[in-house]
Design a protein around this ligand. Structure first.
Ligand code: SAM
Length: 225
């Protein structure tokens, strides 16, 4: 997919798409994507209590699943999706959710190294510039912390590759890009891939876990010199 095609999926298109999705999201994509979401949160729940940032938190469908000693911040671009998330936090009394904020994942206002875990589920195929967002996930994660993504990655060949190519022109209406090669997310020097596994249904989605190096680039250059 060309840079132009990726860039075409702009902020306005995303906001419009998710204003339409918000009322029906939990009963549609919410169900289809349940397995990957649960798997990622189950893993986070094995980690020591810490600050977790959920990027593209949407309707907050995963928020009740976090262990209550994790402190969660959620951000999203869509006011309609966030309204659902806030309602859920209130109704379910999720007092470990510290903040739900309207914010662009590509330009987050958090300081460097603010979170122990940064997770983005079904988001990178949606954002206007996935590579900038990957670098932001890396930046706000503390050294030694984890960045976790769950995403659909496209295939070059076979029936699935053909279907994805055919669907690419509907990206704006769908609110995500069917054509999205894995290399798009492999852009961060300080993130080392430690686990990658297919998720239900039918391995359509992939969970990737990255460890953020506990050395800065300068420290590792100095160590090698
Ligand atoms: C497919 S939904 C996934 C929601 C949720 N993570 C889940 O597991 O169901 C994608 C979400 O990403 C949000 N999003 C898209 N672009 C964004 C951006 N640049 N910054 C923050 N959120 C964004 C959309 O508004 C939408 O809520």
């Amino acid at each position: 997919m060309s840079d132009q095609q990726l860039a075409d999926m702009g902020e306005d298109a995303v906001k419009k798409a998710y204003a339409r999705w918000a009322p029906v999201y939990d009963l549609t994509f919410g169900v289809i994507a349940d397995a990957g979401r649960k798997h990622a949160v189950r893993h986070i729940n094995t980690l020591p209590a810490g600050r977790v940032l959920e990027v593209g938190v949407g309707t907050g469908i995963s928020l009740p699943q976090y262990r209550r000693d994790h402190r969660i911040t959620g951000i999203d671009l869509s006011p309609e999706m966030l309204a659902k998330a806030r309602e859920r936090v209130r109704k379910e009394g999720l007092d470990n959710v510290e903040d739900i904020i309207e914010m662009d994942a590509g330009a987050m206002s958090f300081d460097d190294a603010s979170f122990d875990v940064v997770v983005a589920m079904y988001v990178l195929t949606v954002v206007p510039d996935p590579q900038i967002v990957m670098r932001e996930l890396e930046r706000v994660c503390r050294p030694g912390g984890e960045v976790i993504i769950v995403n659909h990655f496209s295939q070059e060949k076979g029936l699935r590759g053909k279907v994805e190519k055919g669907m690419a022109r509907f990206a704006e209406d769908l609110g995500w890009r069917p054509e999205f090669p894995k290399e798009t997310v492999m852009v961060c020097d300080e993130l080392r891939l430690v686990d990658e596994r297919p998720m239900k249904p039918f391995g359509l989605f992939t969970m990737m876990r990255f460890h953020k190096s506990s050395e800065t680039a300068m420290q590792s250059a100095a160590a090698q010199a």
